[in-house]
Design a protein. Structure first.
Length: 136
């Protein structure tokens, strides 16, 4: 489709990967995960325990949604001709990438996480078009 910027979508996706990577390390440390140099079995056991901790899951969901808003914002800023379509494409790509990685978490987290992906990306595009509190 003419007007869709693959470059903007890819750059925003890479930025969100970076944000999500850093936030996952911080969350892992905050919620009592073992050090990263721990044996693989210990890390896997800690991840399994975290996937049962509602506080961790809710915090991860909020941070993941916030990073998707940032990604939608970046996409729209980098592709100003069709900001909402580009943010929509970013959101669809994010949901598609998230599907195989969301196994092993409770169903409520998976449904909310996948369901919020596209609206969060579009919210980011909306925020990118605001100026002085009024949408352009």
């Amino acid at each position: 489709m003419q007007g869709i910027s693959i470059k903007a979508i890819v750059l925003a996706t890479l930025a969100v990967f970076g944000i999500d990577f850093v936030s996952s390390l911080v969350l892992f440390a905050m919620f009592g995960g073992p050090p990263l140099d721990a044996p693989k079995e210990q890390i896997e056991a800690a991840l399994a325990a975290l996937n049962e901790d509602a506080g961790y899951l809710l915090t991860a969901l909020v941070l993941g949604t916030a990073s998707t808003v940032v990604g939608g914002y970046l996409t729209a800023r980098l592709a100003p001709t069709l900001p909402y379509y580009n943010a929509l494409a970013f959101g669809v790509l994010g949901v598609a990438i998230s599907i195989p990685f969301s196994t092993g978490v409770p169903t409520w987290v998976r449904v909310l996480g996948l369901g919020l992906g596209i609206p969060a990306a579009l919210a980011g595009a909306y925020l990118s078009k605001r100026k002085g509190g009024i949408a352009r």
